[in-house]
Design a protein. Structure first.
Length: 454
């Protein structure tokens, strides 16, 4: 297959404008489904529909649909009849089929499912829709090879061939007992090297790594990384094999999670893309901007109460940005370390107070260094002005301590409350540290001006 380029996009756009069906069909037939999806993203909706309908068969169309971003896929699906969507779902693995159906409106889901020709697959999809999409059950598919532990190797081979006819990829061969409970995994190497008289249970590897249907997706991803897996079986509450998760599913889910976390940390309240409507982008970005505006108003009120002191000692105003900037940076650093630790599994909530203790120790060391440097700087630049010198140094010391502890405590608390801790690395930390840092600076400066000479 040829590699997709910008020249291909321009050429196919020209074919679409000229309604040159044959030329466009030849062009797209040489592309990989992922490249066709990239092509469709560069076209407007009418052109994308025109090109999509030129694809040679429904199997390729189904693959292209799953390569598209969710928003682009929804735009194409909106203009399709339920029976057409049902034909595409017939050709998808159950995990992809469930993802697609979940993107449809509630009233359309039942109608689409009724148009799925494969009754068994339709039943599997209905079962999978019952699981929370953020759990292993919501991520798994039911396409896998499973053999009974009491089969001989020749019987096992025949059973594998029968099941493999309907599968695109084979990752593992799972071994079950008569009650359908997971007993082990059968490595393909052992099928080749062991005598044909052996029973499956004599050559299988027991105690495979598995997850339950209610296991959170984040924990599933950690297991994949920890054990270097390409596929993992999923069992129900009594150990029966119900599906498998493959590494590509986990990678897709992790990518989406990283995008959501990055946007949340950047002060964007919902999942948004660069090509979304102006209203959608404004709606996602405005809430935190308004909260930032409130924070700015609070800061101005604090400074208004400090107006007399600033008028008397203008040097105090010079260090206001330093106080706010340092507090924001320290807080974001502290929260980012905790959020990363929670995400990669290296930090456990059982270590809540230990992490707070470590945060305090780090805060003390950073505070001593930063406040010490600014103290020396002010001694040299403002000789004899002890009120300003001590006020700024003491304020920085307190701000660094507070920002570190606050930045450590907030994501841990959010995790305990089952709220995405990535929220703590964004504007929430910065705004809070700005306000608290300014209060600390105003309070200490006011006190120092009364007790220290200038």
């Amino acid at each position: 297959m040829k590699e997709f380029t910008d020249e291909d996009l321009e050429r196919i756009e020209a074919y679409a404008h000229a309604n040159d069906v044959e030329a466009a069909r030849r062009e797209v037939s040489e592309l990989h489904p992922a490249d066709v999806a990239e092509l469709l993203r560069g076209l407007d909706l009418e052109e994308a529909e025109w090109v999509f309908n030129l694809l040679p068969d429904n199997e390729i169309k189904a693959d292209v649909l799953m390569e598209l971003d969710e928003e682009d896929r929804k735009k194409l699906l909106e203009n399709m009849a339920p029976e057409e969507i049902g034909h595409f779902i017939d050709l998808l693995d159950t995990d992809d089929a469930v993802d697609l159906i979940q993107e449809l409106d509630e009233e359309d889901r039942d109608e689409v499912i009724q148009h799925i020709d494969d009754v068994e697959q339709a039943g599997d999809i209905v079962d999978l829709l019952q699981y929370d999409e953020d759990t292993a059950g919501g991520l798994m598919g039911t396409e896998m090879i499973e053999v009974n532990e009491n089969l001989s190797m020749p019987e096992c081979l025949r059973e594998m061939r029968r099941q493999a006819e309907d599968m695109d990829d084979i990752y593992n061969v799972y071994v079950i007992d008569d009650d359908h409970r997971l007993r082990g995994v059968l490595p393909l190497k052992k099928m080749i090297t062991h005598p044909s008289v052996s029973k499956v249970k004599h050559v299988m590897e027991t105690d495979p790594v598995s997850v339950r249907t209610d296991t959170p997706v984040d924990d599933v991803a950690l297991d994949f990384e920890k054990y270097d897996l390409v596929a993992m079986p999923v069992v129900d509450s009594i150990g029966r094999l119900v599906g498998q998760i493959t590494v590509d599913d986990v990678m897709d889910e992790q990518r989406e999670q990283r995008e959501r976390d990055y946007q949340l940390a950047s002060g964007i309240s919902s999942d948004i893309d660069a090509d979304d409507t102006i209203f959608a982008q404004t709606k996602a970005r405005l809430p935190w901007l308004l909260i930032g505006l409130v924070g700015g108003i609070v800061n101005s009120l604090i400074l208004g109460g400090f107006e007399q002191q600033i008028a008397q000692v203008t040097a105090l105003a010079i260090f206001i940005p330093l106080i706010g900037g340092t507090g924001g940076n320290v807080g974001v650093q502290a929260s980012a370390i905790v959020v990363q630790g929670l995400a990669n599994g290296r930090l456990d909530l059982k270590e809540f107070w230990e992490q707070i203790r470590r945060g305090v120790m780090v805060a003390l060391l950073n505070a001593v260094v930063i406040s010490g440097l600014i103290f020396v700087y002010n001694m040299l630049m403002l000789p004899g002005d002890w009120a300003v010198t001590v006020s700024v140094a003491a304020s920085l010391f307190c701000v660094v301590i507070f920002a570190t502890i606050f930045g450590t405590l907030v994501p841990l608390t959010l995790e305990k409350l089952n709220i995405n801790p990535a929220l703590a690395t964004g504007p929430f930390i910065q705004i809070t540290n700005d306000v608290v840092g300014l209060l600390i600076y105003v309070g200490l400066s006011t006190w120092m001006l009364h007790i220290l000479p200038r």
